[in-house]
Design a protein around this ligand. Structure first.
Ligand code: SAM
Length: 424
């Protein structure tokens, strides 16, 4: 059966529907898949009310939030600390709303006073901050105001610090910064200067409280997010406990998730220096030339996979043919080997966690970022999954986009798998 919402227009498919905004919209990637996709998969899987859903690359938590709204238990894994914090805040609904509001009002009063005191002092943000963030991504004065607000959140925020910081994370990116996403992160020509940081933050906190009230009946549905690497840190999940997986891992396309989240990671203190940044990136599935490291050996997981090896060979051959010699270009073929090897490792580690008959949906996109050679991600993944004993149930097109390089249509597919214990 074809994917139910496939026939809707492209805008409809990508859109976060107005009625879905509560909680999902607290902090979200521009291209996060929409909640209605999760609903569609859950319907298709016909899960029992006791089922547990896993998202091993949970990002900002779309799967987990939607599962919880629908009354299903869920677990997520996310390797990026700031994203992990926001996803965790998005699924923690058992909070004292009265206290959150009261404390936030106090924080706002103290922050306004403190910002006022510092008004006429020309402060440059710390050197370490400027070294790590994208140049011109935010006005210095606004950075200082955010840092003042953050220090007061940390001082008075009690048990609600992550909630308050999530409210701040959203507006650092979308209201205070000069960043634009298209979908790669860049700096807009129009620079923001006069933004009322504290007011914007407080309004966001109040909106988030309203969302919690809206979903109060599901506040005790269990949901958690593990900060870790889905290629090798699934040991926190009980064996034989997962009924369904709905996820969208990174694709091999040069997108650097650490760059897209750099500003909030640095300002909120998750990345303090180059070593921190490196440690964070080290836990990511290898999907771009900026996160490849000496000693990476995930390719060993697909050494006997002819299709992936032929693809990597074709990319390297093309590079030589075109006379391309930059360090990054020399790594293109390696990204492909490490990416599919990493996914194989992940699917291998996942098996013991799955219940017999578990159903899986992997949303992945085709790519052409490496010398225009097509990378049919879902087709290659299908092959890897089959070799690991998963049954391929189907593969539906979720959406298509135009490649900026080749101007050809690239599919984003949903690969449906089933895990039958003991199947070879
Ligand atoms: C395509 S995004 C997922 C977006 C998500 N569906 C959402 O709703 O926001 C992929 C996510 O995988 C994370 N990631 C990359 N490598 C990972 C790994 N080895 N283990 C866990 N998460 C990883 C990235 O940080 C990113 O947040």
């Amino acid at each position: 059966m074809s994917y139910v919402i496939q026939k809707k227009s492209k805008i409809e498919l990508n859109r976060l529907y107005e009625e879905d905004k509560s909680i999902h919209d607290w902090y979200r990637f521009v291209l996060s898949y929409p909640p209605h996709l999760i609903r569609s998969c859950i319907n298709k899987f016909n899960l029992s009310p006791q089922a547990t859903v896993l998202d091993p690359f949970c990002g900002t938590g779309t799967t987990l939030v939607e599962a919880k709204k629908l009354g299903y238990k869920s677990i997520g894994v996310e390797a990026n600390p700031v994203v992990h914090m926001c996803a965790s805040a998005k699924i923690n609904w058992d909070l004292n709303i009265y206290k959150i509001k009261k404390i936030s009002q106090h924080i706002a009063i103290v922050a306004i006073e403190e910002i006022e005191k510092n008004k006429n002092i020309l402060n440059y943000p710390n050197e370490h901050i400027l070294k790590l963030i994208i140049k011109d991504s935010m006005n210095f004065d606004l950075i200082n105001q955010v840092l003042i607000l953050l220090s007061i959140i940390e001082k008075y925020g009690d048990n609600y610090c992550d909630f308050y910081k999530t409210a701040l994370a959203k507006h650092i990116v979308f209201s205070f910064s000069n960043l634009k996403f298209g979908p790669e992160v860049g700096v807009s020509k129009k620079k923001k200067e006069n933004v009322n940081i504290v007011k914007t933050w407080l309004e966001q906190v109040m909106l988030m409280c309203d969302d919690l009230i809206l979903h109060i009946k599901n506040k005790n549905i269990s949901s958690s997010v593990i900060l870790g690497d889905s290629r090798n840190q699934l040991s926190f999940i009980k064996n034989n406990s997962i009924d369904a997986v709905i996820t969208s891992p990174p694709y091999p396309n040069e997108k650097d998730y650490s760059r897209a989240t750099r500003l909030e990671s640095v300002l909120l203190g998750f990345i303090k220096n180059k070593e921190n940044l490196r440690d964070v990136k080290h836990n990511f599935l290898r999907s771009n030339t900026r996160n490849i490291y000496k000693g990476d050996d995930d390719f060993t997981w697909i050494e006997d996979n002819i299709d992936v090896r032929e693809l990597a060979d074709a990319i390297e051959k093309k590079r030589i043919e075109l006379g391309k010699t930059s360090g990054f270009e020399k790594l293109y073929y390696k990204v492909v080997l490490l990416y599919f090897g990493g996914m194989a490792k992940h699917l291998y580690e996942l098996r013991p966690k799955l219940k017999n008959g578990a159903q899986l949906a992997y949303v992945v996109g085709d790519q052409a970022s490496y010398f225009r050679i097509p990378i049919k991600t879902s087709k290659l993944l299908k092959n890897i999954a089959e070799n690991l004993g998963y049954r391929v149930v189907g593969c539906d097109v979720f959406r298509t986009r135009l490649s900026t390089i080749t101007k050809e249509k690239l599919n984003e597919d949903i690969l449906f798998l089933e895990y039958v214990n003991g199947r070879q």
